[in-house]
Design a protein around this ligand. Structure first.
Ligand SMILES: CC(C)(COP(=O)(O)OP(=O)(O)OC[C@H]1O[C@@H](n2cnc3c(N)ncnc32)[C@H](O)[C@@H]1OP(=O)(O)O)[C@@H](O)C(=O)NCCC(=O)NCCS
Length: 168
């Protein structure tokens, strides 16, 4: 830990790799969006768990962009890092990179921001330590995430009002 404020994004970051199998593809022979989202969700949750040391759940996924298709047989590399901590929620950024296993050529295929919430022993949201960005890149991501978190909370209020009849 680099400071008394909390872990750095690098200390909880997760990088993992899969090989895209035919069962994970759509009829066009490229990775099914739902499979990609599943990998993203799992990688983000692991980064959040490593940051807060608690059970976590995914509250939302934003700015999910499928930039390039990923083919059967490609390697997918997932990189997840905690960008920002609000109170109980962490914004985790995930990059999905596709790699041709023969040439080694890489391209950014999918990106997303996830809100992952830490839970206490009673499965209720619980405050977590802030994240402590160190590098200029981490600081830039932290500041951008801070602005997104503010906008997201405003948007959620409006969505909640529309869904009022469903609230318990
Ligand atoms: C996520 C969940 C625990 C939030 O519970 P809640 O009673 O609404 O709690 P709160 O209103 O106190 O919100 C807790 C935090 O989550 C954030 N949050 C809640 N819903 C959110 C959403 N849809 N998107 C982004 N953030 C959200 C709040 O802003 C708050 O953040 P903060 O503490 O950092 O300020 C609850 O909605 C839940 O269990 N959802 C289902 C999760 C799930 O099944 N995920 C799929 C499998 S992992």
């Amino acid at each position: 830990m680099k400071s008394s404020e909390g872990k750095t994004p690098g200390e909880s970051a997760v990088e993992t790799r899969y090989l895209v199998m035919p069962t994970q593809a759509n009829p066009q022979g490229t990775a099914f969006g739902g499979a990609i989202v599943g990998w993203i969700d799992m990688t983000a949750a692991m980064a959040a768990q490593r940051h807060c040391g608690r059970e976590v759940v995914t509250a939302g996924i934003d700015s999910l962009i499928f930039r390039q298709p990923i083919r059967i047989g490609d390697h997918v590399i997932l990189k997840a890092a905690v960008n920002y901590v609000s109170r109980s929620s962490m914004e985790v950024g995930v990059q999905v990179i596709r790699e041709d296993p023969y040439s080694g050529r890489q391209a950014l295929a999918t990106t997303a921001h996830l809100t992952i919430v830490a839970l206490d022993e009673n499965k209720r949201p619980v405050a977590v330590s802030p994240v402590s960005p160190q590098t200029p890149e981490e600081k830039r991501r932290h500041e951008n995430a801070r602005l997104r978190v503010r906008a997201r909370k405003e948007r959620l209020k409006a969505i909640d009002q529309e869904n009022q009849p469903w609230r318990e």
